[in-house]
Write a protein that binds this ligand. Structure first.
Ligand SMILES: Nc1ncnc2c1ncn2[C@@H]1O[C@H](COP(=O)(O)OP(=O)(O)OP(=O)(O)O)[C@@H](O)[C@H]1O
Ligand SMILES: [Zn+2]
Length: 898
């Protein structure tokens, strides 16, 4: 199996061309910080602050007004749901402490976030209520209990109001001095008004309810941010240099440095494995639940977990440019970008508050001027209106839901660049898929390679082709290079003097004075006078390539590629949601039809032999004809089409650095089933936002109607206000849970399928000669299925001591995707789980689960349960301790189980 990472390095010209091909996204995503928090050149620096005092969008303006006037501050962005403020500033002119002090003066409780940390302060600060809330609550309770016995003690309620007021007062003053009207001011007026009317209990209740609800909200938000924490803050702050054993800070690690990563440790940097082999849990980045085998020269990423072997990694990016850091910043920038709905709500909110305040004033003043009888009632009504003037819940209804949905998406390995994209995802009517590398694996095998005519020898031809293809990153190139190598021909890319990519056709290179074109039949007509010949390699489903040297057709080859696991299912799922799927490919008709056959005819339209521009035009047509259009591509020749679509999704972690920045969304893994999952999430997010908006409007209306129709109860209005805020936050948090994309059974099926890939890969890693894997598991059918669950961190059982291994004994399944294990092997497999307790990584761990049904739903018959004296991982104390530090969850069968 060849991944892009293992391919020869790309020539600079190729890279430059590819870069040019990657068009910038349309302007509408412009409010996302394009670089994903990339450090700006020069003196400007970005500082992330945890600001506990940010409760709703009302504080956004306050923060902006506090910081913008400071000289040296260029840009301030506030991410309400994670209570983060991002300041772009010149540290020489505006220091960290200066900024923090400015915020703290307004009672906003700010602190600078340490590098690599994430919203930790929110957690620390939000867990316990502040003393103000506690004292205020206690006094209020005392007054309720004692006032009926001893009437003067109702003063205690007033004391409760005073005790809880200071933080509110501080924030109110800060916004008042900046002529902004916010919830703090409104609540203070309401409390003061109630006290003036002699309703001390009401005044106390307002202050207490308000501060307590704020605390609860902070708690809920913190819970939501924990997701972020688990997602991002895995990266260690120090690394061990492989050569010297020296421990240095991760931010000081230079590109090219080799760092040591032991089993159980988190990979600290992005880089290439140069020594050792191991399995790496990449779920923190890709959301994939199965470990990926790694050996030189595979790529690894910071934040993933090295499971069971030593590896040395040569750094290829600075810590601040690592994929995980970029991801974190992208997620944050995404959360900061306001969606259409939110902009609309914010605009409404801007007029709502002043309007209601004016209304409240007239409710108090008009009856007064008219000399009305029941003035106290009118005053109370005015206060109820004042309390209702905060559009808090309404303003929160969108960003919190968006935050949770984006976080959920990131956790399942889909990076979505903002609320707008998320909302559009929920409206998708058509999904266009690129074929090579998206629907198919992009791992070609050569079916035939022929010399045409008698001008060149095969070895000469292979030398030209492989040398020139070494400079291309097209999936076909890798296969051709590999093929030449298998015929003992070594490519010499250094002899290629000129190299061009001809989009949609192939490549051109000059080698040893020869002008060589390699590509499809378009390139044949372009570069020679040949008409397309009748090929004896006209195999069904193959892509045919031609080699033209100095205007002569000298060679032809055919290659084929298989569809990805789950592609057919993904398309079926989309169809069940009413989304039409379309294939757009630059490849030949026969290759497109072949893929369609593999997909079981799931595609509704096939378009083949397209140039990049044709793809753009077709995407435009689809948008016109059917509505919101999603385009999934592998990010290179599809860049323009990705940008033209309503939502462009780039595939895969590899080479995603550029793609991540240009597409609207990125799939961090190659699991195409995430596409329908993302669409489902988009729809859920839209529903959640709609429900939030409805609830917050209804609650406000109910409070006012109640006040007018019955009697104005201030505390009820406060509850309607802060209660709905809380409700909105809690409701949005349901988005964090596993989206109801698939029924449980299906989800399990996915786990099983995914883990089988791991099995197949492991078998491959162990090498064809080593039969460890195949001894234990004979992978049948398309090598796609198997059963090897419970790898997902946090999901596996904590039973580190007694491990039960369930091995499906006789396997057969509807989809013919099952691992066959003979009973005899399984018996031997007691120790055989990890083949004798030695090299876990290379051998086959079949399944560790406490409930067989959890694994392969409904296939628990014929299961051999083996109490395993599982391998004890070499008994390395340090390693087991490290695994224990990780909660033992990744320990799997080899966790030193006894
Ligand atoms: N490096 C290459 N070597 C040989 N042929 C190539 C190369 N690059 C492109 N081609 C030819 O050009 C055709 C079009 O390429 P293009 O990259 O536009 O689409 P594709 O990758 O085949 O398909 P898809 O659009 O589905 O990704 C390919 O099918 C192939 O025949
Ligand atoms: Zn608020």
């Amino acid at each position: 199996m060849t991944s892009r990472a293992e391919r020869p390095a790309k020539a600079p010209e190729a890279a430059a061309l590819e870069e040019r091909l990657l068009l910038p996204p349309p302007a509408r995503s412009g409010d996302v910080d394009g670089g994903g928090g990339r450090r700006k050149k020069g003196k400007w620096e970005k500082t992330y602050l945890d600001v506990l005092g940010v409760c709703c969008s009302a504080e956004v303006a306050l923060v902006e007004r506090l910081l913008s006037p400071i000289p040296g501050v260029r840009k301030v962005t506030v991410v309400v749901p994670s209570r983060t403020v991002v300041v772009e500033h010149d540290p020489a002119a505006a220091s960290h402490s200066h900024i923090v002090k400015a915020l703290n003066r307004a009672g906003l409780e700010a602190s600078v976030r340490a590098y690599g940390g994430s919203s930790g302060g929110v957690l620390a600060g939000g867990r316990w209520p502040s003393p103000y809330v506690v004292v205020s609550g206690a006094l209020l309770l005392a007054s309720f209990l004692l006032a009926p016995l001893l009437p003067p003690l109702r003063w205690l309620a007033l004391a409760a109001a005073c005790a809880g007021a200071p933080p509110v007062l501080r924030r109110a003053t800060a916004s008042a001095t900046r002529l902004a009207l916010d919830i703090n001011i409104l609540m203070l007026i309401a409390a003061a008004g109630a006290a003036a009317l002699g309703d001390y209990a009401e005044a106390g209740a307002i202050v207490f309810l308000f501060t307590a609800a704020e605390w609860l909200e902070a708690l809920a938000c913190a819970r939501a941010s924990t997701g972020m924490l688990s997602l991002m803050s895995m990266v260690p702050t120090t690394v061990v240099l492989a050569e010297t054993g020296e421990v240095v800070a991760v931010r000081d690690v230079q590109v090219g440095a080799v760092v040591a990563v032991k089993a159980g440790e988190v990979v600290p940097v992005d880089g290439v494995v140069v020594e050792g082999r191991s399995e790496v849990d990449e779920s923190s980045l890709t959301g994939e639940s199965f470990p990926v085998p790694k050996q030189p020269p595979a790529e690894v990423w910071a934040g993933t977990i090295n499971l069971d072997g030593y590896i040395a990694v040569r750094t290829n990016a600075l810590a601040e440019n690592s994929t995980v850091t970029k991801m974190e910043r992208l997620v944050e920038a995404a959360q900061n970008s306001r969606s259409k709905t939110q902009r609309l709500i914010d605009t409404c909110a801007k007029y709502y508050t002043p309007a209601v305040v004016v209304l409240a004033a007239s409710v108090a003043l008009v009856p007064l001027l008219l000399g009305a009888q029941d003035m106290k009632r009118w005053f109370r009504l005015a206060l109820v209106l004042l309390v209702s003037a905060c559009p808090c819940a309404l303003v929160l209804s969108t960003p919190v839901a968006t935050f949770c949905a984006l976080l959920r998406a990131a956790r399942m390995g889909v990076l979505i660049k903002g609320g707008d994209i998320l909302e559009t995802l929920g409206e998708i009517r058509v999904a266009a898929f690129d074929k090579t590398g998206t629907l198919t694996k992009g791992e070609f095998s050569i079916d035939g390679f022929h010399v045409m005519g008698d001008k060149v020898e095969l070895s000469q031809l292979l030398y030209w082709v492989s040398s020139i293809e070494s400079k291309s990153s097209h999936p076909m190139a890798a296969a051709l290079v590999e093929y030449a190598q298998s015929k003992s021909i070594q490519p010499k890319p250094e002899n290629v003097t000129e190299f061009h990519i001809i989009p949609g056709e192939g490549i051109y290179g000059e080698i040893n004075g020869r002008h060589v074109y390699i590509g499809n039949r378009r390139i044949l007509t372009r570069s020679s006078s040949y008409s397309v010949p009748e090929m004896d390699v006209q195999e069904r489903g193959a892509s045919i390539g031609y080699v033209i040297c100095d205007r002569d057709l000298v060679g032809a080859f055919s290659l084929s590629d298989d569809c990805r696991t789950g592609a057919a299912e993904a398309i079926r799922e989309l169809r069940s949601m009413g989304i039409k799927s379309v294939m757009l490919t630059g490849d030949s008709r026969s290759a497109a039809t072949h893929a369609q056959e593999q997909l079981g005819g799931a595609m509704e339209e096939l378009h083949c032999e397209l140039l990049p521009a044709d793809k753009v035009a077709l995407v435009g047509d689809l948008k016109l004809a059917s509505g919101a259009t999603l385009m999934v591509g592998d990010g290179m020749n599809d860049a323009a089409a990705l940008a033209a679509a309503d939502v462009g999704v780039a595939m895969g972690l590899r080479g995603s650095a550029a793609a991540m920045e240009t597409s609207h969304a990125t799939l961090m893994s190659s699991d195409i089933l995430r596409v329908p999952a993302a669409a489902v999430l988009g729809r859920r997010a839209r529903r959640t936002i709609a429900a939030n908006v409805a609830a917050s409007v209804a609650a406000k209306a109910a409070a006012v109607v109640l006040a007018v129709a019955w009697r104005p109860v201030l505390w009820a209005a406060v509850i309607a206000d802060v209660g709905t805020c809380l409700l909105v936050v809690l409701h949005s948090m349901t988005l964090l849970r596993e989206p109801g994309t698939r029924r449980r059974g299906d989800e399990q099926a996915e786990v099983c399928r995914a883990t089988a890939r791991s099995l197949a890969m492991r078998a491959q890693l162990a090498g064809a000669s080593s039969t460890t894997a195949t001894d234990n598991a004979e992978v049948s059918g398309d090598r796609t299925n198997g059963c090897h669950c419970c790898q997902k961190p946090g999901k596996s059982s904590e039973k580190a001591h007694s491990v039960v291994i369930d091995i499906p004994a006789a396997a057969s399944s509807a989809e013919n995707q099952e691992i066959k294990i003979t009973t005899a092997t399984a018996k031997g497999g007691a120790g055989g789980c990890c083949s004798g307790g030695k090299a876990c990584g290379a051998s086959t761990v079949t399944s560790v689960t406490d409930d067989p049904k959890k694994c392969c739903a409904g296939k628990e018959d014929n299961r051999v349960r083996v109490k395993a004296a599982c391998c004890n991982n070499g008994g390395d104390e340090r390693d087991s301790r490290k695994e224990a530090e990780h909660g033992c969850t990744r320990a799997r069968c080899c966790s030193g189980g006894k």
